[in-house]
Design a protein around this ligand. Sequence first.
Ligand code: ATP
Ligand code: MG
Length: 350
Amino acid sequence: MTDLLLLPGDGIGPEVIAEVRKVARVLTPDLQIAERLFGGSSYDEHGVPLTEEALAAAKAAKAVLMGAVGGPKWANAPRDKRPEAGLLALRAGMEVFANLRPALCFNALADASSLKREVVEGLDFMIVRELTGGIYFGSPRFIEDVPTGGKRAVDTQVYTTAEIERVARVAFELARGRRNKVTSAEKSNVMDSGLLWRQVVTDLHARDYADVELEHILADNAAMQIVKNPKQFDVMVTDNLFGDILSDISAQLTGSLGMLPSAALGEAGKPGLYEPIHGSAPDIAGQGIANPLAAILSFEMALRWSLDQAEAADKLYAAVIKALDSGARTRDLGGALTTAQMGDAVIAAL
Ligand code: ATP
Ligand code: MG
């Protein structure tokens, strides 16, 4: 059985995933790894960005790690065959509903943050964003003419108890493996969906997770606290819209796009989907200069959350910190190491 399915994808995707392969050979030599084409590279070979067979392989693996998809080469492909359509089909097919976006600050890079060093040094908190519900998907939604003049636009936020509970459960489970604190962000003061959100999280906490510290925060205050004192947070769970905004604010605390991993999780026991938050970076693709750390840290998350290898994950995380502390820097971090040299630096630290 496949433990880890690699989907290198397009652009710098294959370059950064190659470094994950190198790291895995040293760190977890027994891991069963398979690989499939995905995105534009699959479209070129098979005529579709995600084949039925590749999706089946993803669903049968314990974890899926992708690089990035897309690029100018496929900009004129039919809409449903574009690389990005493959990504949406993969997420839908894997039924992942909880998007994990860590906000990490490596001390060696703290001066690159938009905040003061002392505010972000050692920062490590996790936003869990609900990914498949809320205002982006609610109905009705429309724009219509108003008889008295002008138009009106309607979007609808819908959340069910089940949708809230399953994403909150992911947050509580994560907190237990971290600093045991969950902060739930909504606008229960002005939104009924926020009120239900708060009730469901409170009930689930009392029923199954009383050992975890729970606090509620209004989403606007959360935004303020994230830039004022982000280290107060461990795991923050929130809806699709607030999560979209709050996770982008958090990413900005920590410097380069080339550093940040992410995960999307579904029901317990189903495979998670892991990916760097950066895109295929066509401007630097093929030059061997991309920073592979976001992909390597995505592998670290896969080890921890889907592959039951927390010890290997701890080792890998420590190795990344050690490599950075020793001065290893790719070009995006102001250095001159190639992608492969950065991978080598992590392996040397291991
Ligand atoms: P997408 O639409 O696929 O998310 P994007 O427009 O957000 O793409 P990216 O592909 O993420 O853009 O790249 C944005 C910028 O960051 C580019 O200049 C790219 O070269 C740079 N960049 C992205 N990832 C890395 C990386 N791993 N290492 C170095 N530079 C990177
Ligand atoms: Mg982008």
